[in-house]
Design a protein around this ligand. Structure first.
Ligand code: NCD
Length: 313
C-alpha cells in the first residue's frame, strides 16, 4: 500500500519504512507547534469539521486516549468505537465495518488490530481523501509510538548521531521495536543495540545493522538511551522463557544495572509496564525516567500526524 502520493504528501501513516530523515524532522518540528512554552498542549482549529474515528480491536489505554485527546485538541469530532460491542463481534467483516463508518463521514481512521497488515488492508478500503493511521498492527509496526519516542529522545539529547540506544526485552513480538529501529536508523543513530534472550530476538535481525546482546550488562553498558519493553505474553504461543523471576534476574532494569549506562542516560518504556518484571519501580519512577513525559509528548506528536494527514483535504 503506497502511503505517499505522487506529490510526496503522506496519505496514510501505516509504516515508518520509506520516510526520510527530512520528513521525520518535519513531523517533529510540526509537533513543537502544539506545545507552548509552559510545556502545555495547545488547542487549535486545525481539524474543525473533521471526524476522527478510533477503531481499536485490541486493548489500549494510552494510545487510544492520547489519539482521542489529540483529535479534541485540534477541534475534531471524535468517536471511539467499542469493538467488544461492535458489529464485527456479530460477524460483520472488517471491511463492512469500515465502509459503514466511512458512510458516517469519517475523515480519519485510527486503527489498532491484532493482525499484522490490518491497517494496510483498511487503507485499501477507504475512499481517496480519507486517511488511516496505524496505531499498532500485530507484531508489525506502531509508527506513532516510534515517533513520540524519537521526539522524547530529541528533547533530551538534541542530536541523534552519536547516541547509543539499547532496546531491551521482547523484541520478537514488539511492533514498537520494529518501528523504532526504522526510525532510529533513519535519524542516523549509529549504535542500536537489541538486548534480549535468544528466544525473544527475531531471526536474521543483525543483518539490519543492529547489534544483538544476550547479556543485559553488556547491552546497556555506556548507553545514552534505554528503551524497556514488556513481555508480550499474549503473543507468545509457547514457553519462550523459563519464568518471570528468571527473566527479571537476567534482564530486569534495576537501579544497580542502570549505573552501567551513561550517567545522563534516560529510561523509556512505551507502557504498559510490568513493574518487577522488566523494570523496577525505583527506576520507573526515578529521575532518569522519561516514561510519563513520553505519554505527554505522544499527544502532540499525534496532533502533528493528524494535521499532516488532513492538510488541504
Ligand atoms: C505497546 C503496544 O501496544 O504495542 N504499547 C503502546 O502502544 N503504548 C507495547 C505493549 O503492549 O507492550
Amino acid at each position: 500500500m503506497e502511503q505517499i502520493d505522487k506529490n510526496g504528501n503522506l496519505k496514510h501513516l501505516l509504516t515508518l519504512e520509506g520516510l526520510s530523515q527530512t520528513y521525520l524532522n518535519k513531523l517533529m518540528s510540526l509537533t513543537d507547534k502544539f506545545i507552548d512554552k509552559n510545556n502545555r498542549l495547545r488547542h487549535t482549529d486545525d481539524l474543525k469539521d473533521k471526524t476522527v474515528v478510533n477503531v481499536f480491536f485490541e486493548a489500549s489505554t494510552r494510545t487510544r486516549t492520547t489519539f482521542e485527546i489529540a483529535a479534541k485538541r485540534l477541534s475534531a469530532d471524535v468517536i471511539s468505537v467499542n469493538v467488544a460491542t461492535a458489529a464485527t463481534a456479530k460477524g460483520e467483516s472488517l471491511r463492512d465495518t469500515i465502509l459503514n463508518l466511512q458512510a458516517m463521514q469519517a475523515d480519519l481512521f485510527v486503527c489498532r488490530h491484532g493482525d499484522s497488515g490490518a491497517a494496510h488492508f483498511i487503507a485499501k478500503q477507504v475512499k481517496p481523501g480519507v486517511a488511516v493511521i496505524n496505531a499498532g498492527d500485530g507484531c508489525h509496526e506502531h509508527p506513532t509510538q516510534a515517533l513520540l519516542d524519537l521526539y522524547t529522545i530529541r528533547h533530551v539529547k538534541k542530536d541523534f548521531s552519536n547516541l547509543t540506544v539499547a532496546i531491551v526485552g521482547d523484541i520478537a513480538h514488539s511492533r514498537v521495536a520494529r518501528s523504532e529501529i526504522l526510525a532510529l536508523k533513519t535519524m542516523g543513530v549509529k549504535h542500536i543495540r537489541l538486548v534480549a534472550p535468544k528466544t525473544l530476538l527475531p531471526a536474521e535481525i543483525e543483518s539490519s545493522g543492529v547489534t544483538c546482546y544476550n547479556n543485559m550488562e553488556e547491552g546497556i553498558q555506556g548507553a545514552d538511551v534505554i528503551i524497556m519493553l514488556r513481555l508480550q505474553k499474549e503473543r507468545m504461543d509457547q514457553g519462550l522463557l523459563p519464568s518471570l523471576r528468571e527473566y527479571h534476574h537476567c534482564y530486569g532494569l534495576t537501579a544497580e544495572r542502570l549505573k552501567l549506562a551513561k550517567k545522563d542516560a534516560i529510561v523509556m518504556h512505551p507502557g504498559p509496564m510490568d513493574r518487577g518484571v522488566e523494570i523496577d519501580s525505583i527506576v520507573a519512577d526515578g529521575p532518569q525516567s522519561m516514561i510519563l513525559q513520553q505519554v505527554h509528548f505522544g499527544i502532540a506528536v499525534r496532533m502533528a500526524v493528524m494535521v499532516e494527514l488532513t492538510a488541504g483535504k
